[in-house]
Design a binder for this molecule. Structure first.
Ligand code: GLY
Ligand code: MN
Ligand code: MN
Length: 439
């Protein structure tokens, strides 16, 4: 299970076919500090991982397709027996070529000596300035040095382009192997949700449900949570990124769980909302049915050739119809939508690309007016919701909300693969019908 060395190589070939006469530089993610000298579990930069499969910090990958000897160059941490005793084994310079397919590898400590030769004859540099200021400085200094030689040499990199233009369109379309890994991540995420729903009951604390979910993630061999699990009972569900998870759950209230795990850095992202005590109140039920209808109709719009935004527009349309019917909104539907008067109830978009990042990379629009069209291999979430906070402020001219509706928050989120002839709901193993939520 996972991405083969051959596929990593294909990705690099594809990348290099786009580079032309340029050189691309990618840097691994730094270690992040939790406190004092304790570090978080290492998480590689997704672009770096996508191109190399290399999972260590302090590394630089260079792609120089025009170079006469080396096209793929890796700079890595050197072997260091003492350090490795403390922090684990490193690949080291020697193994980096064989294991990761680099034409040549150097110690990261030798970046100054070796990097320039791969930049010198390039006509442009590809580099993401958005990540690390001190490394930016280093790259800009190299570039200045090269530019200073322009008069003598005639050919130096005269442009700097963001490296994300190379990788993000590639990552937007998942390969068969990536889809397999995504199936695993979403299946394990689904299993944890099913266990959590069986486990949850009035009197338990939200963190106990969180523990059940995350226990399942690790027990089944995933890397763990893709993001901090949201286990939000009652009105906590109206806080979109609630992660305190410290409240005792009561009968007659809903529990919203938004959790997913990572497999080989690919992520699941699922939300389910159900009555803790096994029975919806009438208000909860009618709102749940409305969110579910909007989600099913939105999923129907996830198909090849449709503009990306259509499933969001569909979800909003269904939700607004329902809220008008319930008397929670009033007036002309088109105007409510155009002026965003539904936003006190539904303030986020209906989904996002999903992959190596939970909010995955790739453009949503082709230009300022045109949405991206869906293509086979795209994976995205469909996650409409309704949130009636105790503090809800209706839009201007809209009715006050009776108390019986307040404190209800609902979201239903699935992960959808766009296929040649429709779509595949990767998270279909977690039920979501009213009957299933009450069982
Ligand atoms: N769990 C984050 C999201 O649903 O977008
Ligand atoms: Mn999501
Ligand atoms: Mn989510």
């Amino acid at each position: 299970m996972g991405i083969s060395a051959q596929e990593y190589q294909q990705r690099r070939e594809q990348l290099m076919s786009k580079i032309g006469g340029g050189t691309a530089i990618f840097r691994s993610a730094p270690m992040a500090v939790m406190h004092n000298d304790v570090e978080y579990i290492y998480r590689q930069d997704s672009d770096f991982y996508y191109l190399t499969g290399f999972n260590e910090p302090e590394a630089v990958a260079v792609f120089a397709p025009h170079h006469n000897e080396h096209r793929f160059i890796l700079f890595v941490q050197p072997k260091d027996a003492l350090q490795e005793t403390w922090t684990g084994y490193r690949c080291g310079v020697e193994a980096a070529t064989e294991k990761y397919g680099a034409d040549v590898a150097y110690s990261i400590e030798e970046l100054d000596q070796h990097l320039l030769q791969y930049l010198a004859n390039a006509d442009r540099l590809y580099y993401n300035l958005g990540r690390d200021r001190s490394f930016n400085e280093q790259i800009l200094q190299y570039w200045q040095k090269l530019l200073a030689g322009f008069q003598r040499k005639g050919r130096v990199p005269t442009a700097l382009e963001d490296s994300r233009v190379l990788t993000h369109p590639m990552r937007l379309v998942k390969s068969p192997a990536e889809i397999e890994v995504m199936r695993k991540a979403t299946a394990l995420s689904a299993k944890a949700h099913n266990r959590a729903r069986e486990f949850a009951k009035p009197g338990l604390y939200e963190y106990q449900v969180e523990a059940e979910i995350e226990h399942t993630f690790r027990l089944d061999g995933s890397m763990g949570s893709a993001y901090p699990s949201i286990v939000a009972s009652g009105a906590n569900a109206c806080v979109l990124h609630y992660i305190d998870n410290n409240r005792q759950m009561e009968d007659n209230e809903l529990l919203l769980i938004d959790a997913g795990c990572s497999v080989d850095y690919y992520n699941g992202d699922i939300t389910r909302t159900f009555p803790v005590g096994g029975k919806f109140t009438p208000e909860q039920k009618v709102l749940y049915e409305l969110v579910l209808e909007s989600q099913l109709k939105a999923i129907d719009q996830v198909r090849v050739g449709n503009p990306y935004n259509l499933y969001h527009e569909t979800a909003v349309s269904v939700l607004v119809d329902g809220l008008i019917e319930l008397g929670l909104l009033k007036g002309d539907k088109e105007e409510i939508i155009k002026e965003g008067k539904y936003k006190p109830f539904y303030m986020h978009r209906t989904g996002h690309w999903l992959g190596l990042d939970v909010h995955d990379v790739g453009a949503y629009m082709k230009d300022q007016e045109t949405w991206q069209t869906l293509q086979p291999g795209n994976i995205l979430t469909v996650e409409p919701g309704l949130y009636i906070s105790p503090y809800i402020q209706p839009a201007e001219g809209q009715p006050e909300i009776p108390d019986r509706w307040k404190g209800i928050g609902i979201r239903i989120e699935d992960d959808i693969l766009v296929t040649e002839d429709g779509n595949d709901v990767l998270t279909a193993d977690v039920a979501k019908s009213v009957a299933a939520m009450e069982s």
